[in-house]
Design a protein around this ligand. Structure first.
Ligand SMILES: [Zn+2]
Length: 403
C-alpha cells in the first residue's frame, strides 16, 4: 500500500479509492511519496481540479485517475490529446513518431536478443545505450528513453528516466476460459504450493524468484532465498506435454511477428512465417483475442478487476471472458498440448509476458522492436487503455516508510 498516511476528508469509499490512486502515482508513475500525497490531497479540496472527474468518483479504476493526475501535475500538458487514448499514429512506434534524441537503453548483460534489437534500433535512428553505470542515467535525463532488459536492472532506470513498463496482469491466465488453456491453472501462494501432494508445474507469474518447473510435490519447492516468502505469488498448473510452442509478439491485438521456440520442450527456433502450423496458430489467436479495441475508456472505466472481468464477458461473451484484459503490447506463448495417452491435440495458451524482456528467437527483430518500444517507453506516452498494465515498483522491497 501507499507508504504515507493521507489526510483526506472524504467519504469512506472515496477515501479508500484515493489511497489506491496515491499508491498508483507512487508505484506506477514513480512519483516521490510526498509528491503523490500532495497531488491526491489537493484533488480532494480543489474544486476546479475535481470537477472534470467529479462524475467518475469510484466508478473508475484508480489507475485511470492516477494517470490523468500524472499528466495534469507532472507532464504539464492539458490539451485534449494528452494523455494519449487508444491506437493512434502518435503512439505507433515508427520512426516519425520517435522524438529527436530518443534512446534505447539496454541492460548491461547483453543477450542475443539485445544485440538484434540494438541493431534494429540503430537502423531506426535511435541512440543505443548500455546500462553499465547507473551514473550514466543522468546523461539521458529529459530524453524519450525506451528499455529492453530485466526487471531488476530496470528498477532504477524506470524511476529516474520515467519509463513505463507494460505487462499482463498476474491473473490473466487464470481468467481465461478452459478451452484456451487445456489445463487447470490457479494463481496461488508459495505456501499453498508447499502443500501440493501431486506433481504440478509451478512458476512465479513474472519474476524468476523460483525456477519454473514441474515439481513432484510441494516438498520439492524452495522454502527460502531469492526474496521468497510464504505469500510469494505462484501459478500452479496441471502438468501437460506441449508438442510444439510458439512465441507471438502482439501489438494492438495483432501478431506482428512470431517464432516457434520449442518442440517437445526442447529449444528449436524457426520463423512463424512458413511454419506448417502457422495457419493453426493464427486461427487460435484470432479466436482468443478480441479485435483491436476502439473504445478508449471502456477498459479503464471500472472499479475493479471483478467489474473489468464482468464487462469483458458482457462485451466479448463469456466464452472470451478475460481475453481483452491485456496491454496493447506483450508477448503471447501458445502451444499444442498432446495427450500422452490418446495423442489427442489441443491448442492452448502457454503464458503471456512482458515484451521488454522476451527472447525473440527466430522472430523478425524489426517487428519485435515495435512491440518492445510500445511496451517500455516514456511514461507520458502510455495510452489510457494501458494505464492499468503499468508495472508497479516492487513495493515490498522498498521497506516501510514512516507516516
Ligand atoms: Zn500529458
Amino acid at each position: 500500500m501507499f507508504p504515507l498516511r493521507l489526510d483526506l476528508d472524504a467519504p469512506a469509499e472515496l477515501d479508500e479509492h484515493l489511497h489506491e490512486v496515491a499508491f498508483d502515482l507512487w508505484a506506477r508513475w514513480h512519483l516521490e511519496p510526498e509528491h503523490a500525497r500532495s497531488i491526491v490531497e489537493s484533488f480532494v479540496t480543489d474544486e476546479d481540479l475535481h470537477s472534470p472527474y467529479s462524475e467518475l468518483h469510484t466508478h473508475e479504476l484508480p489507475s485511470y485517475w492516477a494517470g490523468h493526475l500524472y499528466h495534469r501535475h507532472v507532464h504539464g500538458c492539458g490539451d485534449d490529446t494528452c494523455p494519449p487514448t487508444g491506437r493512434s499514429e502518435a503512439l505507433s512506434p515508427n520512426p516519425a513518431a520517435l522524438s529527436q534524441g530518443s534512446a534505447l537503453l539496454v541492460s548491461a548483460q547483453p543477450t542475443s536478443t539485445t544485440t538484434l534489437l540494438a541493431e534494429a534500433a540503430a537502423r531506426r535512428g535511435l541512440a543505443v545505450h548500455e546500462l553499465t553505470d547507473p551514473a550514466e542515467l543522468q546523461t539521458l535525463a529529459g530524453r524519450d528513453v525506451y528499455w529492453y532488459g530485466g526487471p531488476r536492472a530496470a528498477l532504477r532506470a524506470v524511476r529516474e528516466l520515467k519509463i513505463g513498463l507494460l505487462e499482463p496482469l498476474d491473473e490473466w491466465l487464470t481468467l481465461l476460459p478452459h478451452r484456451f488453456l487445456g489445463r487447470e491453472i490457479a494463481l496461488s501462494t508459495l505456501a499453498d504450493a508447499w502443500r501440493l501432494t501431486r506433481p504440478a508445474f509451478v512458476k512465479p507469474p513474472r519474476e524468476k524468484s523460483l525456477p519454473a518447473a514441474v515439481y513432484a510435490d510441494g516438498t520439492r519447492l524452495p522454502r527460502t532465498g531469492n526474496e521468497l516468502t510464504p505469500e510469494t505469488a505462484v501459478l500452479i498448473s496441471e502438468v501437460v506435454t506441449f508438442a510444439v510452442e510458439y512465441r507471438l509478439f502482439v501489438l494492438d491485438g495483432e501478431i506482428v511477428t512470431g517464432s516457434r521456440y520449442a518442440v517437445y520442450g526442447r529449444l528449436d527456433p524457426a520463423p512463424l512465417t512458413g511454419d506448417p502450423n502457422e495457419q493453426a496458430v493464427r486461427e487460435f489467436f484470432a479466436a482468443l483475442l478480441p479485435p483491436p479495441r476502439t473504445d478508449s475508456t471502456v477498459l479503464t472505466s471500472l472499479t475493479s478487476l471483478t467489474s473489468l472481468t464482468a464487462l469483458t464477458a458482457e462485451r466479448m461473451g463469456t466464452d472470451r471472458m478475460g481475453t481483452g484484459m491485456i496491454p496493447s503490447a506483450f508477448v503471447l506463448d501458445v502451444g499444442l498440448i498432446e495427450s500422452p495417452d490418446t495423442g489427442a491435440q489441443q491448442w492452448a495458451v502457454v503464458e503471456a509476458n512482458m515484451a521488454w524482456f522476451a527472447h525473440c528467437y527466430a522472430a523478425d527483430p524489426d517487428r519485435v522492436l515495435d512491440v518492445v518500444l510500445r511496451s517500455a517507453g516514456p511514461l507520458h506516452r502510455v495510452a489510457v487503455n494501458d494505464f492499468a498494465y503499468l508495472r508497479p515498483i516492487e513495493a515490498t522491497r522498498m521497506g516501510p516508510v514512516p507516516s
